[in-house]
Design a protein around this ligand. Structure first.
Ligand code: NAD
Ligand code: TYD
Length: 381
């Protein structure tokens, strides 16, 4: 049997960001055993990880993070040394319709994982040495920022981040690691609550934890209920593009592989009990982003320029729709030397090309086919 130097559970590894993190860790660290623990909800799809199935250091376990006893048993039997926790319900619109599921998975599920890690690691002679519980969170816990117009200048305008670097922004304020939590949606409230539990386990029991809060991710394998894959797919099928409100909300977008690289760096070099914000200073007003997507998809499909602009359909705004998110990631950039590898234009081009080339993946996801396939294979418990 191979001797692994670390055994890491990555929860939510069959989802969008989790699949990129699992792929990075399995390929980059053959000396680690990577256990992908996922319940395979509607958002989990093992087709996202087809290329890893035969890797000797990769293992998939279908499990609910709320199932405390099974999680504890798995940690004990596999001698787990680290947890990277991404499993969650992640879509704001679903949280508005079904907040209970968000509290159950995001709050109780995180608590169940924390308690299992605490009990198992406390039972070891070396206790918390070389152990880490790394919790992945979102910038949405900080609430919403204002759109500001300094000296009458229309945003975006050039601002100076705490690093001293200049960036284009839609307001003068940013989310810092010290910004007070002020969540507005059931999703962000559930993530905020889970973040508090993670820190409480450090302060109360000494559990070695790290929390990171990242901005909106985009890239391959994102479930097409989120803005970018939904709109790419709708343009392809000439379906309406539902823009919430006036399309004036601002989001800060990061290519998913850059998030995965940040997670790798922080997992290995981050300081226990610290929080790191992750983001690439890349703010976009929704309607401007949508126009970039339309232009890129039309060009790649050979449609006349602007053909799909007519699909834009303004619809009733999302309840409690946060106006602006913007991350200041200076701490991560300065302390650990991370920076995003892709310019947004390159990232969008790569992303659109991926969705257009992987129509079968998209069709399986939108038809629900992937669920019956993997539930037959792993059981639907
Ligand atoms: P996703 O919805 O694509 O994937 C979530 C995964 O978790 C799925 O594979 C699902 O099957 C699994 N899961 C859900 N409930 C589970 C349970 N009870 N037990 C085990 N597995 C379960 O989510 P994502 O967009 O990849 O986000 C991953 C994490 O990153 C989340 O914690 C999210 O809050 C955070 N985050 C996401 C973004 C973003 O832009 N998507 C930005 C910042 C932070
Ligand atoms: P989304 O991808 O759901 O991410 P989040 O709500 O976590 O930021 O939405 C991104 C932005 O796009 C957000 O401001 C809501 C908006 N949006 C639309 O205008 N139409 C849509 O159909 C969707 C899904 C989102």
């Amino acid at each position: 049997m191979a001797e692994y130097t670390k055994t890491i559970i990555i929860t939510g590894g069959a989802g969008f960001i989790g699949s990129h993190v699992v792929r990075l860790f399995v390929n980059k660290y053959p000396q680690y055993k990577i256990i992908n623990l996922d319940k395979l909800t509607y958002a989990g799809n093992l087709a996202n990880l087809k290329d890893l199935q035969e890797k000797p250091n990769y293992m998939f376990v279908k499990m609910d993070i709320c199932d405390f006893e099974s999680v504890l048993e798995l940690m004990q039997s596999e001698h787990v040394t680290g947890v990277i926790h991404l499993a969650a319900e992640s879509h704001v619109d679903r949280s508005i319709k079904d907040p209970f599921t968000f509290a159950k998975t995001n709050v109780m599920g995180t608590l169940s994982l924390l308690q299992a890690a605490k009990i198992y690691w406390e039972s070891l002679p070396e206790r918390f040495q070389q152990k880490l519980f790394y919790h992945i969170s979102t910038d949405e816990v900080y609430g919403a920022l204002e759109l500001t117009h300094p000296d009458g200048i229309e945003p975006p305008f050039t601002t100076v981040a705490s690093s001293g670097e200049h960036h284009l922004a839609y307001g003068e304020d940013f989310f810092y690691e010290t910004t007070k939590y002020n969540p507005h949606s059931p999703y962000s409230a559930s993530k905020a609550s889970s973040d508090h539990f993670v820190r409480a386990y450090h302060d109360t029991y000494g559990l070695p934890v790290i929390v990171t809060n990242c901005s909106n991710n985009y890239g391959p394998y994102q479930f097409p209920e989120k803005l970018i894959p939904l709109f790419i797919n709708n343009i392809r099928h000439k379906k309406p593009l539902p823009v919430y409100g006036k399309g004036e909300n601002v989001r800060d977008w990061l290519y998913v592989e850059d998030h995965a690289r940040a997670i790798d760096l922080i997992f290995h070099q981050g300081k226990v009990a610290e929080t790191y914000n992750i983001g690439g200073f890349n703010e976009w007003k929704n309607i401007d982003l949508i126009k970039v997507i339309i232009k890129t998809v039309d060009r790649l499909l050979g449609n006349p320029e602007g053909e799909s602009l007519g699909l834009i359909t303004y619809v009733t705004d999302r309840a409690g729709h946060d106006l602006r998110y913007a991350i200041d990631s200076t701490k991560l950039q300065k302390e650990l030397g991370w920076e995003p590898s892709l310019q947004f234009e390159e990232g969008i081009e790569k992303t659109v090309k991926w969705y257009l080339a992987n129509q079968e993946w998209m069709d399986n996801v939108t038809s629900g086919e992937y669920q019956s396939y993997y539930n037959n294979m792993y059981g639907n418990r």
